[in-house]
Design a binder for this molecule. Structure first.
Ligand SMILES: [Fe+2]
Length: 228
């Protein structure tokens, strides 16, 4: 191989690498704890399949959708989900579903923590919960009712609405609060993939369990950051 051949080959490799990087801008974040860290409330097998298979599939399909539409290159997931109506129709549904799935799950993993480390909301979030819902118990009851009431697959959400107020809402499928100008603080995943192995059809039991492992520290810090 001549030096010139080598340079051409190296350049081709660099281009291939950069094309590959551009084609797959989104990656699966690692779980911030072990698969079994949320036992006995959420079982290890569910966590492994939920994170490694379901979330990975959202990431892979999001990357495929973005790669199919050059005008989306370089856009953040927040940007994409916040401006769904501006997206080319050919990819809009995929970004909504797969991008929503990626964003919702990335937040979800961070809003959970081993029960032994759980602390209740603090600071500004605790005050806002009392002001808005009356108490922590009432907020949790509202979130459980919202999540229990989702028909089929979806999420119950604690959101910060456009006016900076806390609100409990449910959304179907992987729809993102960002798409309606609201911001997610805590999401409760009620797709069957989140609970079926351990709880089968008993969604209320899963909902009672998951509140033992909500990372209110993380949610409190997120609220302080977002409510500024
Ligand atoms: Fe999920």
């Amino acid at each position: 191989m001549t030096r010139r051949d080598w340079i051409q080959l190296a350049a081709a490799g660099a281009i291939a690498q950069s094309v590959q990087a551009a084609a797959a801008p989104f990656t699966l974040p690692p779980l911030p704890y072990a698969y079994d860290a949320l036992e006995p409330y959420i079982d290890a097998q569910t966590m492994q399949i939920h994170h490694d298979k379901h979330h990975q599939a959202y990431v892979d399909n999001l990357n495929k959708a973005v790669a199919s539409e050059p005008s989306l290159a370089g856009k953040s997931l927040d940007d994409l989900l916040s401006n769904l109506d501006a997206l080319p129709p050919a990819v809009r549904t995929q970004i909504r579903n797969q991008g929503g799935g990626d964003a919702n799950h990335t937040l979800f993993w961070n809003t959970l923590t081993p029960a032994s480390k759980q602390k209740m909301p603090s600071g500004k979030l605790a005050a806002a919960i009392d002001r808005t819902f009356g108490s922590q118990d009432k907020l949790e009851a509202a979130l459980k009712a919202s999540a229990a009431g989702v028909f089929g697959s979806g999420w119950g959400w604690l959101s910060l609405d456009k006016n900076g107020k806390l609100a409990v809402v449910s959304l179907p499928n992987q729809d993102s609060l960002l798409s309606s100008g609201n911001r997610p603080l805590l999401g409760i995943d009620v797709w069957e993939h989140a609970y079926y192995l351990k709880y089968q059809n008993r969604r209320p039991e899963y909902l009672a369990a998951i509140f033992h492992v909500v990372n209110w520290d993380f949610v409190s810090a997120r609220y302080e950051e977002m409510a500024r």
